[in-house]
Design a protein around this ligand. Structure first.
Ligand code: HEC
Length: 192
């Protein structure tokens, strides 16, 4: 009898939870326009960080932050990551802001306090249920990814000069390149 009672209570709880979930979904819809609340963001990040295996979390970056390594990381970031994260890593791009969850400001402690291994794993494996794609095969020795980790660590101190260099490495469509060429030709013509 007791077991039956428990089953009924459990079922009632399940039905209430499903009802609440359905109500939440139909009242907010599946729109990505909203911004996740603090509780949802906290839970999402915690689950993500917990899902990174301990061995991956404690990996050390085999590269050192030489000017060449930072330049390489920055150019790679400009080409592959800046569409969402912005060259300065603050996520203030059209796409980055409108993702659900949005691309975070990576200059802030929430990102900077992640270990090198955590940042590496996130880049290699991506984050399910978010816009963050997986960029690698998941192995521990992807030098390009380790350069990106160096660059992300450097984001809070990135200089104007570095940002200008990155702009040259942001992806452009053929039409944009043609437009730029026309402007340059025009300016060259004027200065003759
Ligand atoms: C299509 C958009 C998009 C692109 C392109 C993209 N990211 Fe992300 N990235 C995201 C989103 C969205 C998140 C937030 C995920 C989350 O909340 O867990 C994120 C999170 C991250 C994080 C975790 C930061 C934190 O504190 O949560 C790192 C590190 C990162 N991205 C690095 C990169 C790198 C490096 C590249 C390029 C190789 C890249 N991303 C390309 C959308 C993108």
């Amino acid at each position: 009898m007791n077991a039956l009672r428990m089953l009924v209570v459990l079922l009632a709880i399940l039905i209430c939870a499903a009802g609440a979930g359905l109500f939440w979904m139909t009242s907010t819809g599946m729109s990505a326009r909203a911004t996740p609340g603090p509780l949802e963001s906290y839970l999402g990040r915690s689950v993500r960080n917990m899902s990174i295996p301990k061995s991956a979390r404690s990996m050390k970056n085999p590269m050192t932050a030489s000017p060449e390594a930072l330049l390489e990381g920055g150019r790679h970031f400009a080409d592959h990551c800046a569409s969402c994260h912005g060259n300065d890593g603050r996520g203030a791009t059209e796409m980055g802001r409108k993702l659900y969850p949005p691309a975070p400001d990576m200059t802030l402690p929430a990102t900077q306090n992640l270990t090198d291994g955590e940042i590496y794993s996130i880049i290699e494996n991506g984050v399910r249920f978010t816009g963050m794609p997986a960029w690698g095969g998941g192995g521990p020795n992807d030098h390009d990814t380790w350069h990106l980790v160096l660059f992300i660590r450097h984001l809070p101190d990135v200089s104007r000069q570095e940002l200008l260099d990155m702009e040259n490495n942001n992806p452009r469509s053929p039409a944009e390149m043609q437009e730029e060429q026309k402007e340059n030709d025009f300016l060259n013509e004027q200065s003759k």
